[in-house]
Design a protein around this ligand. Structure first.
Ligand code: PLP
Length: 465
């Protein structure tokens, strides 16, 4: 399998190089040169298989020639061993045509574990083969940091440094990061806000000498391997609900467009996906795009579903590439315009081509609380403020010709206890493996917003080559 950039100018790469590169050299995102496809018979054979086995079958064509079958099987087994549910991604009915797929049984209680648990191990495997080490740096306002840390902890070839704004991350989120006791994990609380943290990370990447000296890398949401790992649960859900003999829809609470792009990819690979609903909160740039065909940047406003508080959705470029007929130059032009003008539009024909599959939906904070209460009262399920958006979006937007729809539940309610208890009157309990989170010892450095001091800290604490 070879990978090409959405902007058409970067070298064609194999899986291992795409994994380590993240972003393409021309600023684009890597996508497979051609989608592998499963026949109806191959999908029927996936029915009832253990989660890990479906991942193996789905991922195999993407890594062929780079990772041997036995290695891949072992890596997948270890990636999902720490999930606290024997089904890994259990599917529950919530209404006559609606099902909820729980993607929050991983170590940090959010769906990002599905991709990152594999990504950390893929990095380690490829780096070992090359006898290389990397330093991963990242900034977090709370959610992604813990998933990245859990993914990289104890990996021999990786050191990870995560910056968070001191005193501005919730207690649960901070403790999920700072109580990880591993020699290669460094939490740094910066005197400043999230933007300061992010600016420091960007500045480290822009310092080419430093970047080379420590072999700087990231595990951010545009990495192809993250999408790849997420495709598997769409096959699991779709096949459990009757595919390939019955079409299925998906409703996905969306931020960077990574998760819903994985659903789209499953469709390209043969799963009969007949509708994809993109759910948003008040930060509704995607919903407005599907309504109007115009992508218009606006400022971000905080909401009850903070992991969807985005200004732009970086993975959307992968869909745009298909919308523009896989024309890299056209994508590059569109993205340049978008950066400079904060806006781009597609033609009516291009918009209607994606509207055959996609719909957008937004839910206000007020309705988010109301709907959490409604579903708790009528089904007994406690949905977190992200997951509830997918369920309401499905209820409101499912088309008559779509027999069943799976709604993605992306976070455990205990990750957002304030909103959930305010809405439902029930305080969501942390699962057993985190029940002593508030007794665990924390470890983090508090540092000034000082780039040179941060670089010095990274240089002296990373695992040495
Ligand atoms: C990251 C995240 C999302 C958004 O996912 P994207 O792949 O960025 O669209 C939704 N819900 C939760 C809980 C998340 O952590």
């Amino acid at each position: 399998m070879k990978y090409i950039s959405t902007r058409g100018k970067a070298p064609v790469l194999s899986f291992d190089d795409v994994l380590l590169a993240g972003l393409a050299e021309d600023g684009g995102l890597y996508v497979p040169e051609a989608w592998p496809e499963f026949s109806a018979q191959e999908m029927r054979e996936m029915a009832g298989l253990p989660y890990e086995e479906v991942v193996f079958r789905v991922v195999r064509p993407f890594v062929e020639g780079v990772i041997a079958d036995a290695e891949l099987k072992d890596l997948i087994r270890r990636s999902y061993a720490d999930f606290r549910h024997s089904a890994v991604a259990p599917l529950k009915q919530i209404d006559s045509r609606l099902w909820v797929m729980e993607l929050f049984n991983g170590p940090t209680l959010a769906f990002k574990d599905f991709a990152l648990q594999m990504l950390g191990r893929l990095f380690d495997l490829i780096l070992k083969k090359r006898d290389e080490r990397v330093v991963i740096v990242g900034a977090t306002s709370g959610d992604t940091g813990s998933a990245a840390i859990e993914a990289c902890r104890d990996r021999d070839q990786i050191s990870i440094f995560i910056l968070h704004p001191h005193g501005r991350v919730s207690d649960v989120q901070r403790r999920q990061m700072t109580t990880v006791q591993a020699g290669n994990v460094f939490n740094i609380a910066i005197h400043g806000d999230f933007d300061n943290c992010q600016d420091n990370v960007k500045a480290m990447f822009n310092d080419m000498d430093f970047r080379r000296a420590v072999n700087l890398s990231a595990v951010n949401s545009i990495n192809w391997a993250r999408i790849m790992a997420q495709i598997a649960y769409y096959f699991v859900a779709g096949i459990a609900l009757g595919a390939p003999d019955r079409p299925v829809g998906f409703s996905v609470p969306t931020g960077n467009f990574g998760n819903v792009f994985a659903a789209y990819a499953a469709g390209r690979m043969g799963l009969p996906v007949s509708q994809l609903i993109v759910g948003s909160n008040r930060n509704d740039i995607l919903t407005r795009f599907f309504e109007t065909g115009a992508m218009t940047m606006e400022s971000v406003e905080p909401s009850l579903s903070p992991s969807m508080d985005i200004q732009i959705s970086s993975n959307f470029e992968r869909l745009l590439f298909d919308m523009l007929g896989r024309d890299g130059a056209a994508v590059a032009q569109t993205m340049t315009d978008f950066r400079s003008r904060g806006e781009f539009s597609v033609s009516d024909a291009q918009l209607s081509s994606v509207l055959r599959l996609f719909d957008g939906f937004r839910l206000s904070d007020e309705d988010t609380l109301k709907e959490i209460r409604h579903y708790h009262e009528t089904t007994g399920e406690l949905l977190d403020p992200h997951s509830v958006i997918s369920v309401v979006a499905a209820r409101e937007k499912i088309r008559d010709d779509v027999p069943v729809m799976a709604c993605m539940a992306t976070a455990h309610p205990a990750k957002f206890p304030d909103a959930v208890s305010k809405a439902s009157g029930v305080h969501p309990e942390l699962p057993a493996h985190l029940s002593d989170l508030f007794e665990r010892e924390e470890r983090f450095e508090v540092m000034d917003n000082d780039l040179d001091a941060l670089k010095e800290f990274v240089l002296s604490h990373r695992r040495n080559v």
